[in-house]
Design a binder for this molecule. Structure first.
Ligand SMILES: Nc1nc2c(c(=O)[nH]1)N[C@H]1C(S)=C(S)[C@@H](COP(=O)(O)O)O[C@H]1N2
Ligand SMILES: [Mo]
Length: 424
């Protein structure tokens, strides 16, 4: 491992649970500490708020790291709007591009994306040229594959995401297939992967990711120039980012500089060992169960990258610890998957999983978006724990105990959510 790689590692994977606990403790005790004079001992440093780390972000976002920037949204924030606004969308940077910690657009005339590898006619295209090609909109869920990591037991190292490493946004840009057609560039037969490189502007470390053409919905992959009806915010990858709807965040490369069609996966650090889960040989298989706490020697063959998003659902109301008026209580939330099959049901239990009732769907923003659901219940005053479980047309569903898919790096958590609340 060279120095650069080590540096990248230290920014995510090397944060031990102990170190994190200490951080959380320091954060929580900062106020009390000040009163007790602890600050004078230099033990605790005040954490900056999200809006101080990235201009334009909601200060309610949680700062998991300020360098590189990692901001987590919250269920309360996510439940407050149908499309996640730029102020409320989580951020996961492995590296910060200098000067881009803002939700303002990244205006860079002449920005070039090089497209090459296994295609007939490699080419270069500028953002201006891209903006003159036909534009398409796709609404999709963007989620870090580490979302939910802190619920794994024992807790893997890495950013301690709870539920907020996710959002739903509307992208606007040029479909990859439109771009290839416009340039008369045909894929060669042995092209099986897209390998992307982010810009290294300002001396930033490289970020290289591959994903298989066949696993995701290639027809929906785009070079995005816009988000939620505005130019793509700088911090979210502006001026141009690859968006592969239905895939986990990691492959959605921000500040895209180069896109190659390749026969195999990049062997780089971001591809292996990072962002992988153990599987039996074969591409899009479920996670291979491993002993919680055990180590796994990740290779390209015994594991797969975090590709299609696995099926999941969140309860957005009531929130944990809430007190709501009975008897009629509406449980609300969202469900989503990789978009390859519709979500068919969300079942809700208010008695610890003894009985389940199907929720009603209120609509969804396309197959890659959130399916909004609601479950009206008649509940007498008392303490409750509500659970929700989504199932899609392929029979894919969420485990009651998410820890069955414990994996060393803590990816792809989709255990059934449980929310305790009070009916008065
Ligand atoms: N260039 C670049 N692209 C990147 C990353 C990065 O660090 N650098 N992080 C990836 C990861 S792990 C995630 S989860 C998403 C997060 O996207 P967001 O920060 O726009 O929410 O971006 C992906 N694309
Ligand atoms: Mo991520």
């Amino acid at each position: 491992m060279n120095e650069q790689e080590q540096d990248v590692m230290s920014q995510e994977d090397a944060i031990s649970p102990e170190a994190m606990d200490r951080r959380t403790f320091l954060k929580k005790s900062a106020a009390a500490g000040a009163a007790m004079g602890m600050m004078g001992l230099g033990m605790a440093q005040q954490q900056p708020t999200a809006d101080q780390v990235v201009r334009g972000k909601n200060p309610k976002l949680v700062v998991l790291s300020s360098r590189p920037v990692v901001l987590e949204s919250t269920l309360e924030v996510l439940g407050s709007e149908r499309i996640t606004s730029k102020a409320n969308l989580f951020i996961r940077n492995n590296i910060d591009l200098p000067g881009l910690n803002t939700t303002e657009p990244n205006v860079q005339p002449g920005w070039v994306v090089e497209v090459g590898g296994l295609i007939d006619a490699p080419f270069r295209i500028t953002v201006e040229e891209l903006s003159r090609l036909p534009q398409t909109e796709v609404t999709s869920v963007l989620q870090c594959s580490g979302n939910g990591r802190s619920f794994f037991n024992p807790r893997p190292s890495g950013n301690p995401w709870t539920y907020g490493g996710v959002g739903q946004v509307t992208w606007r840009g040029v479909l990859l297939k439109t771009l290839l057609e416009a340039r008369g560039a045909k894929l060669r037969e042995n092209a099986r992967f897209i390998t992307m490189n982010a810009s290294t502007q300002g001396g930033a470390q490289p970020y290289e990711k591959s994903f298989p053409i066949s696993v995701m919905d290639f027809n929906s992959a785009m070079l995005a120039l816009g988000m939620n009806g505005e130019p793509l915010p700088a911090v979210h990858g502006g001026p141009v980012r690859l968006v592969a709807a239905g895939t986990f965040g990691t492959a959605n490369v921000k500040w895209l500089a180069k896109l190659d069609f390749t026969a195999s996966e990049s062997p780089g650090n971001e591809q292996v060992p990072r962002y992988r889960v153990p599987v039996l040989p074969g591409w899009n298989t479920p996670i291979l169960p491993t002993q919680p706490g055990s180590r796994y020697n990740y290779t390209l063959d015994n594991s797969r990258s975090n590709w299609g998003a696995n099926i999941n659902s969140f309860i957005l109301s009531p929130l944990a610890g809430a007190s709501v008026r009975g008897r009629r209580v509406e449980i609300r939330g969202v469900a989503w998957n990789d978009g390859l099959a519709p979500i068919e049901s969300v079942e809700v239990s208010v008695n610890g999983g003894t009985t389940w009732r199907k929720a009603l769907f209120e609509g969804n923003d396309g197959k890659f978006g959130w399916y909004r659901w609601i479950s009206p219940q008649l509940l007498a005053p008392g303490d409750y724990e509500v659970m929700a479980r989504a199932t899609d047309a392929l029979g894919r569903t969420q485990p009651l105990d998410g820890n069955v898919w414990w994996n060393e790096r803590g990816y792809e958590w989709n255990g059934v959510m449980r929310v305790k609340f009070k009916v008065t």
